[in-house]
Design a protein around this ligand. Structure first.
Ligand code: ZN
Length: 108
């Protein structure tokens, strides 16, 4: 695995919109494949444009892999571990949209 593997930071809410139940089921179709290192190619479309995905609020570092071409996601850790991390992230960013505008008076 090269050191220049691309990563990007995303919020769980960017991926999953108000999902109830298991977050992972909405993200990763094939949960039996686990890639400790970046997959050489996408199992779906054979593209080799795989990026690491970091999720804010979850453990630091790459949590999932994503194919840039077809959007397919792949596991780096087993499904249970990944789900726990996603749930942590969900709690962490309960509802970023509610932060919204803070009136200036609040800063005085
Ligand atoms: Zn793909």
């Amino acid at each position: 695995m090269s050191l220049d593997t691309l990563t990007r930071m995303i919020l769980v809410e960017d991926l999953v919109d108000r999902v109830k139940g298991r977050l992972l089921d909405k993200l990763v179709n094939n949960q039996t494949l686990v890639y400790r290192k970046v997959p050489s190619h996408c199992k779906e479309c054979n593209s080799d444009s795989i990026v690491g995905v970091e999720i804010m609020g979850a453990k630091s570092g790459i949590l999932l892999w994503e194919c840039e071409d077809c959007g397919e996601m792949f596991l780096k850790y087993n499904a249970d571990i990944t789900e726990i991390e996603l749930q942590k992230a969900k709690d962490f960013w309960t509802n970023p949209r509610d932060w919204g505008y803070i009136p200036k008076s609040k800063f005085s």
